[in-house]
Each structure stands twice: as structure tokens, then as C-alpha cells.
Design a protein around this ligand. Structure first.
Ligand code: MG
Length: 500
């Protein structure tokens, strides 16, 4: 066996996979940003076809034993470290894909594609019974998926597809600690009489907002030659290639933070994608390591940078120049406005403090759903009870309760916990960067964001999937997953804001 030749053959196959992934990513970006509604059906057919081709080509990585041969070389330590890591990760992807029969992949894709339409209808009509049989099928197929993928605990198997190496046991322990800390903090804030100011009145034209976002993105290190910003209903980042990273935001003329907050969040995702090693594009070494780590990047920029008062010392004069609404509105009020804590029914509208309680509710519920210890007909009642217990508010109807998120209809059970992991990791990174960069706040106040981007690039982005997510975070922060830095960050900030 000629390892060098085999690696070259493998890279050629990986390039083909990359082209398919890029086409799929572009189609999906276009669907959210540009596509005329009548094209929905043809786009779905095209996407399904390309996804099938992708699955087939992924399995063909081992044609004539190419991949397993290279994996044997890896086990015999005849590969260099990066090559070895690449093969290790490809074997993981290949092994997972090979466990799912094509018929199952198609059945799952068709079910979830149709279920998303039913869910949207059920949510708009506030009709849980309409969605219920579909959710039953999705839970059933998700259990079968977990069984096909192997492992003793089905929910862990599903989590592992989004966050390799994470288990529901580790999450349970972490989330209980976090839940208790948050419920206490939210209780104190709610009992407090401190008034948080409303935002300024007046409108900020969308074209001016866009140009302000371009200014922010440039300052924070977004490469506009290798990416772009567009509007969409739900903000997202689509990174098919480090040289072509698309981000979106949404606009509200009456509320500038809607577009700024979403933009800085997606910018965090984009900097990760743009910071992956270009030369290794197509290999796992140029892919993000996990969804939790991805979200740690977006939350770091959104909260630790975007909600830091020093950042606004720099941005505020610029904002005043551009938006007359802010001329008679002070920086201090703006900063406090960005930190209003109000328990809300809708996860995506929630603040920095209550957000993770929304995730914990979903985690606890989906774990029991997959384990079969709760029935789907009881879901609305269980949901509403947890919202009352953790957030202290009453759910008026299922559209504002159990039906609010798209994830379950899309078959993404096990995805939610990665949002909270991202928040916890972001606070750990925040603690670590402040140790390495004692003038962190001063840099923000001067608009000197590039050293911060470069610190993240060095510690996180450039590694791709070379290390596992827990190992990467240990190397970057010196510790493993921990609630303490996030709890300390929130307590310090909000005690000050609310005079607790
Ligand atoms: Mg995100």
C-alpha cells in the first residue's frame, strides 16, 4: 500500500464532497434570502437529490478499502499528526453514515420536510393535536436512528451527532447547577424595583443600519472579500468554504439592537468559518469541531463584546452620527437597555440571563421523550408547568409554548443543549482571554477588536477538528466544561446593573 498515493486519491474524493456541500449550502442560503416562493418544490427536489448523492459519495470514500486502509496506517502510527487527525475524523463521519441505510435516510428526510410544513400550520393555528401524530413519528424514527447508530443510551447517541463526546449525564449535572444559579438570580432581579430604560424613540432607516453593520463587521475583523451580509427572517451563518461565508441579520426600524445584536452574533460564527485553515478545505481539519464550540464564538462576540460597555464607548459616537434617534439618548441608558431582564415565553426573544432556562426546559423534556418516560399527549402540560417553575410565567397557548421552535419538526432532537454549551464555553473563553489580555476592555473602548479575533483564531479557529471539542476547550481555557465562569459573569454584571 502506498500511503502517499492513497492520501492524494482521498483528497480528490474529498474535493468532490466539498463541491456538493458548497452547492447545497448555496442553495440553502438562496432559499432563505432570494428564492421566489414558487420555487420551493423544485428546490426541495434538488436538495434531496444532492443530499442523496452526498450520502453515496461519502460511503464511496472507502471504495476498495481506501479509507479503512488509511485508518490502519493511522493506527500503526505511520501518518503525520494532521493526516492522522484527518483520517480519524473522516472515519467517524463515514462510520456514522454507513450505519444508516439509504432507505432510512430518505424516509427521515421526507418525514421531517413534510413535518416542518405541518408544524408551521399548527403553530399559526395554535393547534398542537394537528402536529402531535407527526411528532410521534419523528420521536419514533429518532429512536430508530439512535438504535441504528448504536450505543446504550439513545439520547446520548443523538446528542453525539451534534456535540461529539458529550453525554446527557454530563449535561444533566451541568444544567442542574446552572438552573439553580439562574432561578436564584432571576428571582432576585424580579423582586428588585430598578427600572431599566426603554430604547430611544424614532426610526433608524434600514439602509443606514446596513452601513453601520458593515462598519462594525469591518472593525471586528470580518473579511468582506470572503463573505457577505444579507437580510433574512431568521438570522444565520452559512459557511461552505472559508472564502465564502454568508451571514444574515434581520431589521427593525424601531429597534437598532435587533439588527446589531443578530449581526454581531452571526459575525462570531463567521469569524470561526473564515478562520479555518483554507489549505485544508474539504477535510475535517477545516471544519468546525462542534455546534457548542460554534455557538461559543457567536455568544462571545454578541455578549462579551457586543454587550460590553467599553465596546459602546467606541461605537456610540459613530451611532449618534448615523442615527438622529440617538442624539438625545445617552450611552448609559443604552447600555442598561441592552441588559433588561424580563422572562419571556419565546426563547429567541429572551435575554442573556433567562435564555438558558429555555434551553434547560427543552433538554429535560426531550431526554424524557426519547427515553419514553413521558407521552407526547402530555407535552403541553409538562411544558407549561416547567415554564411556570423556572421562569415564573404562565403560558397562554401552545403557539407560545410547546409549538414555538422549529427544531423538533426538523428532526433535530439533541440539538438544543449545544446552545447552552456555547454560553458556558463563551464565559470560559472570556475568563481566559482576560488573563492573556489584561487590557481587554481598553482594546474594546478603542475599537481595537482585531487582537481579540486573532486570539480566538489562534486558540480555536485554526484547529478545525484536530482536537476533540472538550480537548480544544481545555487547551484554550485551562479547564473543562464549567458553570462557574458563566454564573460569575452574570452575577457580577447584573448585580451591578440591578443594584442587587
Ligand atoms: Mg448561533
Amino acid at each position: 500500500m502506498d500511503t502517499k498515493k492513497d492520501l492524494t486519491r482521498l483528497r480528490k474524493k474529498l474535493d468532490e464532497l466539498l463541491h456538493l456541500r458548497s452547492a447545497l449550502a448555496l442553495a440553502s442560503w438562496d432559499q432563505e434570502v432570494n428564492m421566489p416562493p414558487a420555487a420551493a418544490e423544485s428546490r426541495a427536489a434538488m436538495t434531496a437529490y444532492l443530499s442523496g448523492e452526498y450520502h453515496t459519495k461519502l460511503l464511496a470514500l472507502d471504495e476498495n478499502g481506501l479509507l479503512t486502509g488509511l485508518d490502519a496506517a493511522r493506527r500503526n502510527h505511520t501518518l503525520k499528526p494532521r493526516g492522522a487527525a484527518m483520517i480519524r475524523e473522516l472515519m467517524r463521519d463515514y462510520t456514522l453514515a454507513a450505519k444508516l441505510p439509504m432507505a432510512f435516510v430518505i424516509e427521515f428526510a421526507e418525514l421531517t420536510s413534510r413535518a416542518q410544513h405541518i408544524w408551521a400550520e399548527a403553530r399559526s393555528k395554535n393547534d398542537f393535536p394537528l402536529f402531535r401524530p407527526w411528532l410521534e413519528k419523528i420521536v419514533k424514527l429518532s429512536r430508530i436512528k439512535a438504535e441504528l447508530l448504536g450505543g446504550n443510551r439513545p439520547y446520548d447517541t443523538l446528542i453525539d451527532t451534534f456535540e461529539p463526546g458529550m453525554t446527557s449525564e454530563e449535561l444533566s449535572i451541568t444544567f442542574v447547577e446552572l438552573r439553580d444559579a439562574l432561578v436564584t438570580l432571576v428571582g432576585k432581579i424580579r423582586a428588585n424595583k430598578t427600572k431599566i430604560p426603554k430604547g430611544p424613540t424614532g426610526t433608524s432607516p434600514i439602509a443606514d443600519q446596513k452601513s453601520f453593520l458593515d462598519f462594525i463587521n469591518l472593525k471586528m475583523g470580518f473579511d468582506a472579500q470572503a463573505g457577505r451580509l444579507d437580510p433574512s427572517t431568521h438570522p444565520f451563518t452559512n459557511g461552505a468554504h472559508p472564502t465564502d461565508v454568508r451571514i444574515t441579520t434581520r431589521y427593525n426600524e424601531k429597534d437598532l439592537w435587533t439588527s446589531v445584536g443578530s449581526d454581531i452574533h452571526e459575525l462570531g460564527h463567521a469569524l470561526y468559518e473564515q478562520g479555518l485553515p483554507v489549505k485544508e478545505t474539504g477535510t475535517p481539519l477545516a471544519e468546525a469541531v462542534s455546534l457548542g464550540v460554534h455557538e461559543s464564538q457567536s455568544r462571545f462576540w454578541e455578549n462579551m463584546v457586543g454587550r460590553n460597555k467599553n465596546t459602546w464607548e467606541f461605537l456610540y459616537p459613530e451611532m449618534r452620527k448615523r442615527f438622529p434617534a440617538f442624539r438625545k439618548y445617552g450611552l448609559d441608558d443604552w447600555y442598561r437597555h441592552l441588559h433588561a431582564v424580563t422572562p419571556t415565553l419565546i426563547r429567541t426573544e429572551s435575554d442573556e440571563v433567562t435564555y438558558n432556562l429555555h434551553i434547560i426546559i427543552r433538554f429535560e423534556i426531550e431526554k424524557e421523550l426519547i427515553e419514553g418516560s413521558i407521552g407526547i399527549k402530555d407535552l403541553p402540560e409538562i411544558w407549561n408547568q416547567k415554564v411556570r417553575d423556572y421562569l415564573g410565567i404562565r403560558v397562554p397557548d401552545d403557539a407560545h409554548g410547546v409549538l414555538q421552535d422549529v427544531h423538533w419538526s426538523g428532526g433535530m432532537i439533541g440539538y438544543f443543549p449545544t446552545y447552552t454549551l456555547g454560553n458556558l464555553y463563551s464565559a470560559q473563553l472570556h475568563e481566559a482571554i482576560r488573563k492573556d489580555m489584561p487590557d481587554f476592555d481598553k482594546k474594546l473602548a478603542k475599537g481595537n477588536f482585531l487582537p481579540i479575533r486573532d486570539w480566538l483564531r489562534e486558540k480555536i479557529h485554526r484547529h478545525g477538528r484536530f482536537y476533540s471539542a472538550p480537548e480544544l476547550m481545555r487547551r484554550a481555557t485551562g479547564s473543562s466544561l464549567s458553570v462557574a465562569p458563566f454564573a460569575a459573569y452574570l452575577t457580577e454584571k447584573y448585580s451591578d446593573l440591578y443594584d442587587l
